[in-house]
Design a protein around this ligand. Structure first.
Ligand SMILES: Nc1ncnc2c1ncn2[C@@H]1O[C@H](COP(=O)(O)OP(=O)(O)OP(=O)(O)O)[C@@H](O)[C@H]1O
Ligand SMILES: [Mg+2]
Length: 265
């Protein structure tokens, strides 16, 4: 299992405007961290720096004491998997089967193991009957599931989901969240990038980005008590807490119930 450290990381696309500013984060093995932030707050840029698709101007990403660089990128890819927001950017193969195999092929996984993994993960995400189809004929949500199967099959220690459930219908999203919970229980480290506060409720810890800076970094319970910090970052609280905060003469037992039900994941 892997530990992830982001040390004083800053990034700019243009050389002028800083998109990430001195990001400092330590993610322990087996933690589930939600990274929340408004559109444009730098979440995807951070994800790309973490997996080595973008190179920061300063600071570093360290995975298990290995500093991310051109030399270590291949080794680090074996440890960190990422699923992006837009599944169209994740397709290369002629069939769905090829696409699920792609990441495993890059890791040099033996053929027989690959075949059984493709079946297993296609089944897990509900695309088994689509394995011989052309990826371009799939819906957005189906493509997203294929991308997820391909990454899960790589057996990385850390998974980064960048708005990965945005294309899924509520049923598929719920199924996926259940499965991610299983993986987390088995020890996988999860970084879930989202602007959906309800999705962040599955996490142990919430990190809020605002204007490329860490605006809040706290346990889920603590973060949700910091109503003002959340609002400042343009985030809404979960429905249950909005009711809790909005109704002044609420019965104490209801208050207790609403607070507890928020965390009932
Ligand atoms: N390739 C690029 N070149 C220049 N600027 C970019 C590029 N990609 C993103 N940006 C800018 O960087 C900032 C952060 O973008 P990023 O995609 O990291 O935000 P985000 O938090 O993931 O937003 P969203 O919630 O919309 O996905 C934005 O202001 C965006 O315009
Ligand atoms: Mg994004």
């Amino acid at each position: 299992m892997s530990k992830l450290e982001i040390n004083d990381l800053s990034f700019t696309y243009t050389g002028k405007r800083m998109i990430l500013k001195n990001i400092q984060l330590q993610i322990q093995k087996g933690e589930w961290v939600a990274i929340l932030g408004h559109n444009g707050s730098g979440k995807s840029t951070l994800a790309k720096c973490i997996v080595g698709l973008l190179e920061p101007q300063s600071g570093s990403v360290v995975v298990d004491d290995m500093v991310l660089s051109h030399k270590t990128a291949y080794e680090i890819r074996k440890k960190i998997g990422i699923v992006f927001q837009n599944p169209d950017n994740q397709f290369v193969g002629v069939t769905v089967r090829d696409d699920i195999a792609f990441g495993m092929e890059n890791l040099g996984i033996p053929k027989d193991q690959m075949i059984s993994s493709i079946d297993f993960y296609a089944e897990k995400v509900g695309v088994k009957e689509m394995l011989d189809k052309e990826p371009s004929t799939l819906s957005g949500g189906q493509k997203q599931r294929v991308a997820i199967a391909g990454i899960l099959a790589m057996h990385t220690d850390v998974m980064v989901f960048d708005e990965a459930t945005s294309m899924l219908d509520p049923y598929a999203r719920n199924e996926l969240m259940q499965y991610i919970q299983e993986l987390h229980q088995e020890g996988m480290t999860i970084l879930m990038i989202t602007h959906d506060i309800e999705e962040a409720l599955y996490a142990d810890r919430i990190v809020v980005l605002k204007g490329g800076e860490v605006h809040l970094d706290a346990s889920k319970e603590e973060a949700l008590r910091q109503t003002e910090r959340m609002t400042e970052a343009g985030l809404e609280l979960p429905v249950s807490l909005r009711i809790l905060n909005g109704v002044t003469n609420l019965d104490p037992s209801w208050k207790e119930y609403l607070w507890a039900s928020t965390f009932d994941k």
